[in-house]
Write a protein that binds this ligand. Structure first.
Ligand code: NAP
Length: 285
């Protein structure tokens, strides 16, 4: 497939390289290709300049957002969350119209110090903002709850026994994204519902930044495989940040056999506490 990956940071590079390995034709989108290639210094997070990475990935093209989107069948948004709407506006409504727009960005706002806050949060989300701004695009929010390394190599944590979520209004677009996620190695893909459910992933993203990603933490929430529990429990329990039984795997592997089963989260206790299965949750085929 022809895929445009918007974003020259760690996440854009990681996802682009993985998609090329899978045989896709990938072009990375940026504001100004010449300026991006001319950068010589690492960024504020210590990420080496893009040109250095590109020298080892000559099969990945680089283009301005509009050119990258024009040729693409699917666009992946891995731009800085605060600049995502600008990046997509630069791509142009026409170049996004009718296309799947896989949004992985988190709207992290560092202006008030560390950890960054999320803006928007709770009553809105970046995924919804993008869908409103580009109504003809088929926005699917996914992968934003995990570190870039884990996005493309889910087996790095607990042998891949963890979940990834998709939110979006278009069923076919979610199916296509689900296939792409499977090809990256994700096994447990949960359709949360329409694009408004993208708000839930924000919470996980906030914890991710508080723990110190990007860096080398491999952050994921997990208890036990959800497919064994279809019809029971609740997603909030599984990704909830304040639940004692939620597991955060940061910078280490956890052998599945070493994991303790969580107490009272999916069964009676959780349901008694009013955390029943969300109405719009559908285990994805
Ligand atoms: N890193 C991770 O592990 C991880 C995990 C989960 C989610 N994410 C999300 O993935 C996204 C990318 O993260 P990252 O760490 O790789 O890189 P980043 O530094 O957050 O973003 C870099 C990209 O954003 C673009 N950008 C920034 N401001 C822009 C603006 N005003 N208009 C247009 N483009 C703009 C840059 O464009 P230029 O190329 O022109 O400089 C660059 O391509 C973020 O939204 C992040 O929250 C990252």
């Amino acid at each position: 497939m022809k895929i445009a990956v918007f974003g020259t940071g760690v996440a854009g590079r990681t996802v682009a390289a993985a998609l090329v390995k899978l045989g896709h034709e990938v072009v990375i989108g940026t504001r100004d290709p010449k300026a991006t290639l001319a950068r010589q210094e690492p960024d504020a997070m210590g990420t080496p300049p893009f040109a250095q990475w590109r020298a080892q990935h000559v099969d990945v093209a680089l283009a301005a957002y509009a050119e990258a989107a024009a040729a693409a069948e699917l666009v992946v948004n891995l731009t800085n969350g605060l600049g995502s709407l600008d990046a997509l506006a630069a791509a142009g409504t026409r170049n996004l119209s009718g296309k799947i727009l896989m949004d992985v960005a988190n709207p992290l706002d560092p202006s008030q110090g560390f950890p960054p806050s999320l803006n928007p949060v709770n009553t809105d989300s970046l995924g919804e903002q993008i869908q409103r701004a580009f109504p003809e695009a088929k926005v699917v929010k996914t992968l934003n709850t995990m570190n870039a390394g884990l996005m493309v190599n889910p087996g790095r944590v607990a042998g891949g026994e963890h979940s990834v979520f998709v939110s979006g209004n278009d069923a076919d677009a979610k199916n296509a994204v689900t296939s792409l996620l499977r090809s990256l190695g994700h096994q447990d893909i949960i359709d949360l519902g329409d694009i408004a459910t993208a708000r839930t992933g924000n919470d996980a993203a906030g914890l991710d930044s508080a723990v110190g990603c990007p860096g080398n933490a491999r952050l994921q929430f997990q208890d036990r495989p959800l497919r064994r529990r279809q019809g029971h429990g609740c997603i909030a329990h599984r990704v909830g940040l304040s639940r004692a039984h939620s597991r955060v795997h940061a910078g280490r592997h956890v052998r599945p056999e070493a994991r303790r089963e969580p107490q009272g989260c999916h069964g009676d206790a959780g349901e008694r506490a009013g955390h029943d299965r969300p109405r719009n949750r559908r285990p994805h085929p």
